[in-house]
Design a protein. Structure first.
Length: 334
């Protein structure tokens, strides 16, 4: 019986080498844990101490008049020396890019014909908005700034829409595309503006359109050109179209008294494609086929003349005339 227990116990025994390695790892982990805790306590204590640090804050200029261009020589950063606890210093260093110094151009006093003065007090006021009340601002550079700018030439130019539109079957554009600012004043150097005849919107592509569409579109600006406003509104009128057929007489104008004109036939059928909203408005008196007598004389050798609408509303598109040409006879009476 004892032999059986011994053999069972012997099968469960851990080898001494494995036990030692396990013990060593355990001691190493305990050591690393204490070392990490010591580092954390040291780091937390360090963050509570005060330090001096110089950081750079980006400068953003706003409310710039449309006919101004700022010089490339204007400062892009303000270098600030501060004193603060380590925890806040880390925050400032990580967030300098997202906390720019905003300087409004409007209201600045001119220091010359093309420069504005940003005083030491203005800079101090702006800087104080970006730091905690406990932060000491030791110094900053530049102490004052002269904001340099140039006046631009300007030119009044038409604004045209670049629109590619595909409507649903049975629908069409029912009028001109309206631009909210059909004309606009643009600013730039004289050289850049002199060859400019118009400014277009950025290209817009619309598909499967079945109603009037309004959208805001940015301008496609040449390099060095500034607009009064950056975007325009476009109104694209789209309606369902239908077909309407009307019968019209063919008239001859300026015919001498001693001549007579016979047409075969004397009238034609006109098929018009119009917006559904204009169906009742379109009547025979809105259309006309009136050809001068000299045109008939020009075709007298063949005795056939092509006909076309000489008056129609703007909403009538692609009119189809049947027949397309008429036979005629000119008779002369003494």
């Amino acid at each position: 019986m004892q032999n059986k227990w011994r053999s069972a116990f012997k099968g469960r025994m851990v080898p001494s080498g494995v036990f030692l390695r396990h013990q060593q790892w355990k001691e190493l982990l305990i050591f690393i844990s204490f070392l990490l805790l010591a580092f954390i306590f040291w780091f937390l204590q360090t963050l509570q101490q005060e330090y001096e640090q110089r950081i750079e804050l980006p400068v953003h200029y706003r409310n710039i008049p449309a006919d101004w261009v700022l010089s490339d020589r204007n400062p892009e950063f303000i270098s600030v020396s501060i004193k603060e606890k380590g925890s806040l210093l880390l925050y400032y260093l990580w967030n300098t890019r997202s906390h720019s110094i905003d300087i409004s151009v409007s209201g600045l006093s001119p220091s010359s014909d093309t420069t504005l003065l940003i005083t030491n007090r203005m800079l101090e006021t702006e800087l104080s908005k970006h730091f905690s009340a406990s932060t000491s601002i030791l110094s900053f550079e530049p102490r004052e700034m002269e904001l340099a700018y140039d006046l631009l030439s300007n030119k009044l130019l038409p604004v045209t829409a670049q629109v590619s539109i595909v409507t649903k079957p049975g629908f069409q554009i029912s009028g001109n595309i309206t631009v909210s600012a059909a004309e606009m004043r643009f600013f730039g150097s004289y050289k850049a503006l002199s060859g400019l005849k118009e400014v277009k919107t950025k290209p817009v592509t619309l598909e499967n359109v079945s109603k009037t569409t309004e959208l805001t579109v940015p301008l496609e600006l040449p390099e060095g050109i500034k607009p009064e406003i950056e975007t325009v509104n476009l109104i694209i009128p789209v309606e369902e179209f239908t077909e309407k057929k009307l019968k019209l007489p063919v008239l001859c104008t300026d015919m001498p008294d001693n001549y007579a004109l016979r047409l075969f036939p004397s009238s034609v059928e006109v098929t018009c494609y119009i917006p559904l909203s204009q169906f009742r408005e379109l009547t025979e008196d809105k259309l006309e086929i009136a050809l001068p007598f000299y045109v008939f004389e020009a075709y007298q050798a063949t005795g056939k003349i092509p006909v076309r609408l000489t008056r129609k509303p703007h909403y009538v598109t692609n009119p189809v005339i049947s027949p397309k040409e008429l036979e005629f006879i000119i008779e002369h009476h003494d």
